[in-house]
Design a protein around this ligand. Structure first.
Ligand code: ADP
Ligand code: MG
Length: 304
């Protein structure tokens, strides 16, 4: 099943949360919807799942237009909302049966619930109250309720936020597993998450799509951009001296006596930094390439 978003704009009062957004997700793809807080990710997901209407534009799921009063859409889509609202007083198994009953899955309902409990690793916790679970397990319950009716499309809004590193890996693996058979759109503000889970990355900033590319294409674009080296020396030195290093276009001192050296060249500047240190009788205490974090990606893609 595919998702097609056509020229969607969403206004909250006079604020444009989404500005003429168009993209599509093909059957079987896992796509990341990446952007900083406030970019419009949750708004887009609420529109795709029919929870709120767009101000203009439309969303098609498998060719059918989504509208907020169509209950059929809920059957096709599994949705993990951002704050994963759950009933803390309900028991896990009871809650999942309750959710499943909305979809009338028929006689296999009970077996199906047990399958999902197994798939999401909830077996040891299934008899507990939701309110008693750790954040990681609550997130699994959220994922289980999104999967319970075996939807073809999964919409996951910040599925790993607030989890510890081990839980993040487990939930990402679950998503990848589910994504083998389903069309998945997941939102995140974390570049590494998009990279770890997805085939394609759509970047949204201030309600506007600024990139929509295959993962490898995005990375090759970034690598053609700025290169940043973080270096520290055993004594103080001026930015003017550092700017004499070939290809270094900018030198900034951070609060902890680390220099950030920028280069627009594709050539690795680290050897030149070492030669510079030797020539000036400096000792290099540390030297590392800065990873391209989300901020760098944005600066590169939005030209800011
Ligand atoms: P993201 O999920 O990327 O963090 P959101 O879609 O939640 O972004 O929000 C996008 C923008 O729309 C933000 O500026 C937010 O404050 C605003 N916004 C979101 N929901 C509402 C609402 N119900 N009423 C008014 N403004 C909203
Ligand atoms: Mg959000």
């Amino acid at each position: 099943m595919s998702i097609v978003v056509q020229e969607v704009t969403k206004l909250y009062g006079s604020q444009k949360a989404l500005d003429n957004v168009s993209f599509s997700v093909k059957t079987g793809e896992i796509v990341a919807f990446l952007g900083p807080n406030g970019a419009g990710k949750s708004t887009m997901m609420k529109i795709i799942t029919g929870f709120i209407p767009p101000s203009s534009g439309s969303v098609l799921v498998n060719g059918t237009e989504v509208s907020s009063d169509d209950p059929e859409i809920r059957k096709k889509i599994g949705y993990l909302p951002e704050n994963n609202p759950l009933y803390p007083e309900m028991y896990v198994r009871e809650y999942l049966s309750f959710v499943a009953s909305f979809y009338k899955p028929g006689r296999s309902a009970k077996e199906n619930i047990e399958n999902i409990i197994g798939l999401t690793g909830l077996t040891p916790e299934a008899g507990k109250k939701i309110g008693a679970l750790s954040k990681g397990y609550r997130q699994r319950v959220g994922l289980a309720q999104a999967l319970i009716h075996d939807p073809d499309v999964l919409i996951l809004d910040e599925a790993t936020s607030g989890l510890d590193p081990n839980q993040i890996i487990e939930i990402r693996n679950l998503i990848k597993e589910a994504g083998r058979e389903k069309t998945v759109l997941l939102s995140t503000h974390i570049m590494q998450e998009a990279e770890a889970v997805c085939d394609r990355i759509i970047i949204i900033d201030k309600g506007v799509i600024v990139a929509d590319e295959d993962k490898n294409t995005i990375y090759s674009k970034i690598n053609q951009g700025k290169q940043i080296i973080k270096v520290s020396f055993d004594r103080k030195i001026s930015d003017n001296e550092l700017l004499s290093i070939p290809n270094v276009s900018n030198a900034r001192l951070t609060d902890k006596d680390f220099w950030l050296l920028e280069s627009d060249s594709a050539e690795d500047i680290r050897p030149a930094v070492f030669s510079f240190a030797v020539k000036n009788n400096l000792t290099v205490l540390s030297l590392q390439k800065e990873e391209n974090n989300l901020e760098e990606v944005f600066r590169h893609l939005t030209g800011m």
